[in-house]
Design a protein around this ligand. Sequence first.
Ligand code: SF4
Ligand code: SF4
Length: 732
Amino acid sequence: MGSVQIVTTILAAAITAVAVWLAVRAVLKMVAVIRLGQPAPERFTDKVARARTMLVETAGHTRMLKWGVVGAAHWFVMVGFVVLSLLVLEAYFEVVTTDGGLPIIGHWTIFGLVTEIIGVLGLVGILVLMAIRLRNRPTRPGGRSRFTGSTMWQGYFVEWIVLLVLIFGFVIRGFKVATDHFEFPFWATPVSHAVGAVLPDWADGVSVAAVIKIVISMTWLIVISLNVTMGVAWHRFLAFPNIFFKREPTKPAGSGLGALRPMTSQGKPLDFEEADPEKDQFGVAHVEQFSWKGLLDFSTCTECGRCQSQCPAWNTGKPLSPKLLILSLRDHAYAKAPYLLAGGGKDLTGEEKATQAQLAHLDVLALAEADKPLIGTAEEGGVIDPDVLWSCTTCGACVEQCPVDIEHVDHIVDMRRYQVLIESSFPSEAGVMLRNLENKGNPWGAPQNTREDWTKGLDFEVPRVGEVDDFEYLFWVGCAGAFEDRAKKTTRAVATLLNEAGVKFAILGEGETCSGDPARRIGNEFVFQMLAQQNVETLNEAFEGRDKAKRKIVATCPHCFNTLGNEYGQLGGEFEVVHHTQLLAHLVATGKLTPVQPVDGGVTYHDPCYLGRHNRVFAAPREVLGDAIAGDLTEMPRNSERSFCCGAGGARMWMEEKIGKRINVDRVEEAMATGAKTVAVGCPFCSTMLSDGVNGKGAGEQVEVIDVASVLLRSVKPEQPQGGKETAPIGG
Ligand code: SF4
Ligand code: SF4
């Protein structure tokens, strides 16, 4: 060992010792913070499925590859990180001796070849990612960026480290070539040979380049260890457990979509017949009341901003960005952690749990952070502004896009639950809707005895459950379908088509009440459970004696479809629920319905969030339209998984939209830009929002918003009176 090697070896050992010590300390700190969260025992089920999904999503980059170029570039960088870690390990042999290398595999030509290829592709990948980050930098002239609000220096730092480590990998090999210590042939390592051709024959070059590579790598480890909230770096490790512990591991995409998590206290679902707000946690009032998986979510965020780029609230100038919300919760959790770890925290009656002695030596910043209300305005020092919390439509675009499976909607609703149930703090205009749900069983407050009014004037009898037993489908009409003028036309169209196709169906009539979706999404779990339990009882009675496969329900409202199909199971109601577009597509495909006159003028289709993203029903409505219209469907730029919300979900239908541009107007502009004369929808709320948007643009005479079922009816029964355009004002 020469004098240069003595110096490089000491330097490598010293910086590695410091980095490893800091890294161990950082990991212990993160684990301690994540463990502050509430239990989530359901995250430990299905371990095989979880492991499989984790491997598919990470090795296959299934989420990332939805964004083609950036996904591919990130894949090469990820593989480069894993495989080229071996080359960092090899550098420890090279600082000791100039012809050092990894034992055994380090001498295989295949090792030389694979690392060469991955090194080159990793270099290309990181240069592409750097170019994308620069092109989308928040400070660029014009336009909003998905990186707005991200900690940019951290992204640049990580990318430069990766670039330099890759470059120094080739420099080390180049010095080996130049000094004739390289054992791999030219055909397997052409780039290394090319680099060697321009480097001098310097005997100590290998060790010096190797120590520089180690110093760069360990600098990275030291910096991230001193910044435990640096998700852009830590996600390399945290993405694996975060995906492993996702809510529903068998779901191919968007595990945090569809059903909401039940309200839990100490990891157990709450039953309101026994729940006590002095003993049980009602929603989330403090950051430590999220589950440990919530705290893991916050720690894992890479700040990539994909969620932000798709969010309807953010894109229309509201203060909500799902990314910034997660980052605020993360920063608050880590800043408050010293207080919590010292024994601090409030019990459910609001009393401090720690003694004065426990808090005596705490940093004042941690104490100040602990005093911040989780929900509060800037003047109140709140972590999350109420306008942020209430801007969410629960559309799920953020969850759909997140490459590390963060479950934003669950976290937002958990915070809403506390605000509504304990603080009674929510947009006042939604109070009318909640009162109507409690007193009348529907959000409009319409009399229950008018639920069947939509059947009047039909030229066939609509059977009721109880009057007939041999129905195949229970037709769940929904409150909009029963009381709202436009939606009533959809209800009549569906009933007419089912009757035409000879489907045996029956309605509950006055036995039906609101599914509870708006109550649950606004955070009023109490009203949701009250309505849902009543409906589950009614439905169980209607289907008495039938097994699940024969407990079939067809619903026209995607919110009812989602709640009945995905959430009633949490309360003992197991049903086979289909959306009307799925049933109609089946009836057309099997020849029970025959479109005879194509609807012309151009048609575009708006995917409702709770049908599409939340339940993956993208094809059926398009199949129905494909059979019923002249020519091809004209897609909007944002369609299917990336569809843009109408603005009504998450109980936003019953709140005023006071900030920024109206979401429905944004969507209508996109629909009208296609030139289509018909905007087809599959949801009564989308119908209302888009109709209002079209009318607001003064285009009510040129563009019609209409349900897919009504388009089909026009094609199947062109002689049927259609009752005018569906852009009539809301009726009671
Ligand atoms: S659910 Fe939709 S509105 Fe809410 S934060 Fe996510 S993208 Fe934004
Ligand atoms: S998409 Fe996921 S990882 Fe990316 S910024 Fe949003 S929450 Fe963070």
